[in-house]
Design a binder for this molecule. Structure first.
Ligand code: NAI
Length: 330
């Protein structure tokens, strides 16, 4: 049976070179180039599926009520905070994501930030660009081997980070109350059942949890005070996991030596104290990206849509609990 239906590529993409071969000729593809939810309205009556990137900040019932045939919204990315799961589920519309396309990239990015900061590279680099030659900037650089790295969250990316850190001789310990017992054995690392003791023993802490009620501002004034003075914090998870004001205060007081930050409370970054801090290494929420990873993301998102158009169950449904009278096979 040949595949058919109408798929709206909602935002961000201006071409469908990756998606078209996945869908084949029977599927009508609309490249909507929308920036706001309302820009999609002309196509909703016919839509069987929506492929959503990140330019549309919020997709709500205003979309779903106009889309009587819509079976799924597939979010091309890990996070799905920009889709109203309850409103979609109430109308039988499935919401899916692509959870695994950037695992290596984010772990590489976090490890890269940690290595740069431990080796004092940002301050050496900016000093040399000012025409200086000052070896003393390297003073107090610690030896990496044997130091303790604490991970908050040890799912896909946390595990990938642990494997990288072990190769550098770091002693890795994680706090993650939700993963199965024995993960520490599989990875050959240690587990802490509580956050505080892990923070107290860690020279460096890297966040790899998702953003939720238990991880919102999990790094705040109190948890920063538990760290060894002069530690390093890396956040490639989500901005609101860290209280940004407390972070800047800890950098100012020296409680933290440095921080590597890819994600922010508000994006784009609007916090000048953080932007201008000399011991902060910043990147613009780019940890996920690699040429190969981006193609993988687009391919996997299109494959999820194709499965649903073919009447097969999705692989990465994220609103199972909210889904009533589903328009797809589960
Ligand atoms: P995952 O779902 O495999 O792992 C997340 C882990 O966090 C889970 O094991 C969960 O039990 C743990 N967790 C949740 N709440 C916690 C808490 N309060 N304390 C400790 N652990 C907690 O997700 P994955 O693929 O490892 O991704 C992790 C996060 O990385 C994503 O949720 C996303 O926020 C972020 N991310 C950032 C990207 C970037 O470009 N900077 C790209 C992709 C993901």
């Amino acid at each position: 049976m040949s595949r058919s239906g109408t798929v709206i590529i909602a935002d961000f993409l201006e071409e469908s070179a990756v998606e078209s071969p996945v869908f084949g000729n029977g599927v009508k593809l609309v490249i909507a180039k929308a920036h706001e939810e309302k820009d999609l309205q002309p196509w909703l009556a016919d839509a069987d599926a929506i492929l959503l990137f990140h330019d549309i900040a919020s997709m709500t019932d205003a979309t779903f009520e106009r889309a009587p045939k819509l079976k799924t919204v597939v979010r091309a990315g890990v996070g799905f905070n920009n889709v109203d799961l309850v409103a979609a589920g109430r109308r039988g519309i499935s919401v899916c994501n692509v959870p695994d396309y950037g695992t290596e990239e984010v772990a590489d990015h976090a490890m890269g930030m940690l290595l740069s900061l431990v080796r004092h590279l940002p301050i050496c680099d900016s000093s040399m660009r000012r025409g200086q030659w000052d070896y003393t900037l390297a003073h107090n650089t610690p030896r990496l081997r044997g130091k303790t790295l604490g991970l908050i969250g040890c799912g896909r990316i946390g595990s990938a980070m642990a494997l990288r850190a072990k190769a550098f001789g770091l002693d890795v310990v994680f706090y993650d109350p939700y993963v199965a017992p024995g993960l520490e054995k599989a990875l050959g690392i240690r587990r802490s059942l509580k956050l505080e003791p892990m923070m107290r023993e860690s020279h460096f802490v890297s966040l790899h949890c998702y953003l939720g009620a238990t991880s919102h501002a999990i790094i705040d004034e109190k948890s920063l005070s538990w760290m060894r003075p002069g530690g390093i914090l890396v956040n490639t998870a989500r901005g609101p996991c860290v209280d940004q004001k407390a972070l800047v205060a800890a950098l100012d007081s020296g409680q933290l030596y440095a921080a590597g930050i890819d994600v922010f409370e508000r994006e784009p970054l609007d916090d000048e104290a953080l932007r201008n801090h000399p011991r902060v290494l910043l990147s613009p929420h780019s940890a996920f990206y690699s040429l190969e990873g981006f193609v993988e993301l687009r391919t996997k998102a299109a494959e999820e849509v194709a499965r649903i158009l073919d009447g097969e169950p999705p692989m990465n449904l994220v609103n199972r609990e909210q889904l009533q009278n589903p328009r797809i096979k589960l």
